[in-house]
Write a protein that binds this ligand. Structure first.
Ligand SMILES: Nc1nc2c(ncn2[C@@H]2O[C@H](COP(=O)(O)OP(=O)(O)OP(=O)(O)O)[C@@H](O)[C@H]2O)c(=O)[nH]1
Ligand SMILES: [Mg+2]
Length: 365
């Protein structure tokens, strides 16, 4: 017990070694982590958790590196979790992440950690949310989670982060298709990186057009609800054109920011779409401003609390389902599932009777 209290105190004090040890316990689902996580519970909830997601090679790590630099200039302590969903054996992406964020390695206000598990389905998602809470309790003001992939990624970042940045790049036909297929709903801030490549403006325009259509159709109520709540607070919400354009125009004189803001529906509120060149840092200040503006809006409208409540309900449901599954697997060792299966095959009962039987057994257990 004494040892646990000491461990907890060291994590809370931001001791990177204690933090690393705890996150390793989270990674391998070590049962003894639970007592520490429970003790840390009351200290978490202050950090702004930001998810950065997008296709492989979109520049997420390069962007994260620049974002970390800007947040440090604002005096914030920043933690980065780079998630590798592929496997613990490839390690390529993680190596890249480490190299790209190397300059922060000696900064005490920055903690960078990659995360991988070889566990069961859903294990990685759980590990990410636990690790994120650990970093939050350790006093980092911002926790940035980099996840690869849009759509079929195992880590459901929108269930973990307060603000999701969806990164796209020109030259990936499939990327836009994936966005059209519904991943668009997960972004709070959209980033078109590699704006130095051909086609960046077109991608930006396409994303904006898709967002406008979605908002007009009421397809993505999450955005519209947030903007409606904000409008109720402030009589004059920020117009779509106008100040956006002037901010962009003064920002290092990069013209693609300006043209990309043109809209066919002036005044319609859609999430921000920012173009960046992560490698040189162009546009990243504006991206950070939009990320922070999203947080400010969540806080002012009370949506932060609502969003966390929804996410926690979802996570609880998932965790409960995992326990049930584990229980069923245990029962299966005693042959209960096979016995029910035989009854269904022999037409003694039907599938749904079998399901009901299972459910009542679980409820009673
Ligand atoms: N031209 C150009 N190249 C960029 C830009 N941003 C990143 N890159 C390059 O794109 C490559 C991939 O960058 P990363 O930051 O590793 O991309 P990532 O999305 O983190 O990649 P994974 O984690 O492997 O999915 C690197 O060679 C970067 O130098 C940019 O704005 N313009
Ligand atoms: Mg990366």
């Amino acid at each position: 017990m004494e040892e646990t209290a000491d461990f907890v105190a060291r994590v809370r004090a931001g001791d990177p070694r204690a933090t690393a040890r705890l996150i390793s316990m989270v990674e391998r689902e070590d049962e003894s982590r639970l007592v520490v996580l429970k003790a840390l519970h009351e200290y978490a909830g202050k950090a702004h958790v930001v998810g950065i997601t997008g296709p492989p090679g979109a520049g997420k790590s390069t962007l994260t590196d620049k974002i970390v630099g800007l947040l440090r200039e604002r005096g914030r302590r920043v933690a980065v979790l780079a998630v590798d969903p592929s496997s613990p054996f490839t390690g390529g992406a993680i190596l890249g992440d480490r190299i790209r964020m190397q300059r922060h390695a000696v900064d005490e206000g920055v903690y960078i950690r990659s995360l991988a598990t070889r566990g069961h389905l859903g294990g990685l998602s759980r590990a990410v949310s636990e690790a994120s809470r650990v970093l939050d309790a350790a006093g980092y003001d911002d926790v940035i989670i980099e996840t690869v992939g849009v759509g079929q990624s195992e880590v459901d970042i929108v269930r973990i982060a307060d603000t999701v940045v969806l990164v796209s790049v020109p030259g990936l036909g499939d990327d836009i298709q994936a966005i059209k297929a519904g991943v668009m709903e997960i972004g709070d801030v959209f980033c078109v990186n590699k704006a130095d490549h051909d086609g960046a403006e077109r991608v930006t325009r396409e994303i904006r057009a898709m967002l406008e259509t979605a908002v007009l159709n009421g397809a993505v109520t999450r955005f519209s609800d947030l903007y409606t709540a904000r409008a109720a607070l402030k009589p004059a919400p920020r117009p779509l054109e106008g100040d956006h354009t002037s901010v962009a125009a003064s920002d290092e004189g990069v013209s693609h920011h300006v043209t990309s803001q043109m809209s066919v529906h002036p005044g319609l509120e859609i999430p921000p779409v920012v173009s960046t060149v992560a490698e040189t840092g162009v546009g990243v200040e504006e991206l950070v401003q939009e990320i922070k503006a999203h947080e400010a809006t969540l806080v002012a409208t009370g949506f932060l609390r609502l969003r966390r409540e929804e996410n926690l309900s979802w996570e609880l449901g998932r965790a409960a389902a995992e326990r049930v599954l584990a229980k069923l697997e245990q029962d299966e060792r005693k042959g209960s599932l096979s016995e029910l299966a035989r009854s269904v095959l022999d037409k003694r009962i039907d599938f749904y009777d079998a399901l009901d039987t299972l459910e009542s057994a679980l409820v009673q257990a």
